[in-house]
Design a protein around this ligand. Structure first.
Ligand code: UD1
Ligand code: UDP
Length: 384
């Protein structure tokens, strides 16, 4: 029996961890024991608690209650807490997801005391180091022993950074193993797709017609914190909604919700607030989100996860950023990068509104990447 210690903290990590926990309980319960540590980076019920029951994730064994704060303060607090738990639990490996401050804290705490790091969602790059996530993911990859990339592009990025394809076991941080293995979020989307619509009345509740609304999420720090960008995004969205009499539903991250009145011009803010077409709601559960994604006609987002889920459910996506880590979506023509540029957003909407035969090839595995990851973790760490 090996012991793994999983770090979760931000919303998407809780969701990603559900896939691996399910695989551990379903196929590896005799050989892998999982301890879950919630850093508390996200803490509102609709950013954290809601996912545990809905996705059947075991309750965390520990919660550090880190809460919000500056990058340094938040990360430092988490490093200290994770180190203490690692010393007490002595796991065979730490499992880290994605690119948040919780990921970085886990990588630093573990690698310094020689607990092997397993990074799920390795190799993704925006090539924009002004993004806090880019720093987090690069640092985590370079402290890792096993690196699981969901895409070929991610795997190739690792090769370009000097990781070797032909390393042989035993693997260590100096002799790491890289994999191209599919996406645990795809595993989740497949697993929860059928029940999502049965269990959710989110469309009815918000007066949304199937295939006749836009789903949008906005939370990237540059979009929320720079008034010029936030105004451009909402101005474009408002114009598209009014001109096409098309509803836009926005389950809004608390970060964005807090900054709308402060960073939008008072004129635009009042238009958005009184619009019949712009529906701003609190963050929704994962099943509700899937129901929205499956039934939207188009998705507009700056989220990494939502871009991909749009693709999983064969919906065109307008990416409200200047680049993406998920370059495959753009390369196959079903997503467009428009940044926070009002003109480009409107053009992309017109393009997708008229587009026929968009392509959504199966690029993210077979829905069983979590089982593959578990078996590789077991192989690597049970021999030690
Ligand atoms: C974090 C991740 C980002 C990820 C996102 C997922 C980092 C650097 N960023 O961004 O990569 O895409 O999570 O959603 O780790 N807040 C609440 N309640 C909560 C959580 C946050 O009100 O439960 C508000 C607070 O005002 C907080 C702000 O949101 O200051 C930002 O939260 P934080 O976790 O620092 O960053 P995110 O923008 O959520
Ligand atoms: N999500 C959710 N409810 C929401 C918004 C997003 O359940 O109101 C899910 C979404 O389906 C995806 C994940 O959260 O699985 C994406 O997280 P987020 O956009 O916060 O972060 P990112 O992926 O950009 O890091």
């Amino acid at each position: 029996m090996i012991k793994i210690l999983t770090i979760i903290g931000a919303r998407p990590q809780i969701i990603k961890a559900a896939a691996l926990s399910r695989a551990v309980r379903g196929s590896f319960s005799d050989s892998i024991k999982e301890i879950i540590v919630h850093t508390g980076q996200h803490y509102d019920e609709n950013m954290s608690g809601v996912f545990f029951d809905e996705l059947d994730i075991p309750r965390p064994d520990y919660n550090l209650n880190a809460g919000s704060g500056s990058h340094g303060k938040q990360t430092a607090f988490m490093i200290e807490g994770i180190e203490e738990i690692l010393q007490k639990e002595k796991p065979n490996a730490i499992i880290l997801y994605g690119d948040t401050n919780s990921t970085l804290a886990g990588a630093i705490a573990a690698s310094k005391i020689h607990v092997p790091v397993v990074h799920i969602e390795a190799g993704l790059r925006s090539f924009n180091k002004a993004m806090p996530e880019e720093i987090n993911r690069i640092m985590c990859d370079h402290a890792s022993t096993l690196l699981f990339s969901p895409t070929r592009a991610g795997y190739d990025n690792l090769l370009k950074e000097g990781f070797k394809e032909d390393n042989r076991a035993p693997y260590t941080a100096d002799n790491p193993k890289i994999y191209h293995c599919g996406d645990v979020m795809y595993d989740n989307s497949l697993h929860f797709s059928a029940v999502a619509e049965q269990q959710s009345d989110i469309l009815e509740k918000n007066g949304l017609e199937k295939n006749n609304f836009i789903l949008s999420t906005i939370h990237r720090n540059n979009n929320t914190d720079e008034p010029e960008r936030l105004n451009a995004l909402f101005s474009a969205m408002n114009a598209i909604a009014e001109e096409n009499k098309l509803k836009v539903v926005l389950p809004l991250h608390p970060r964005t919700a807090k900054l709308l009145s402060q960073n939008l011009s008072s004129e635009l803010y009042s238009k958005i607030k009184t619009s019949r077409f712009i529906i701003i709601i609190p963050p929704v559960s994962f099943l509700e989100m899937i129901a929205l994604e499956k039934n939207a006609s188009l998705v507009m987002t700056d989220s990494g996860g939502v871009q991909k889920e749009a693709f999983f459910f064969k919906k065109p996506c307008i990416i409200l950023r200047s680049e993406t880590e998920w370059v495959e979506l753009v390369n196959c023509g079903s997503a467009k990068i428009v940044d926070a540029n009002e003109k480009k957003i409107k053009e992309a909407f017109i393009y997708f509104n008229n587009a026929k035969d968009l392509q959504f090839p199966q690029l993210f595995g077979d829905g069983k990447s979590s089982e593959f990851i578990c078996s590789e973790i077991l192989k690597t760490f049970s021999t030690k």
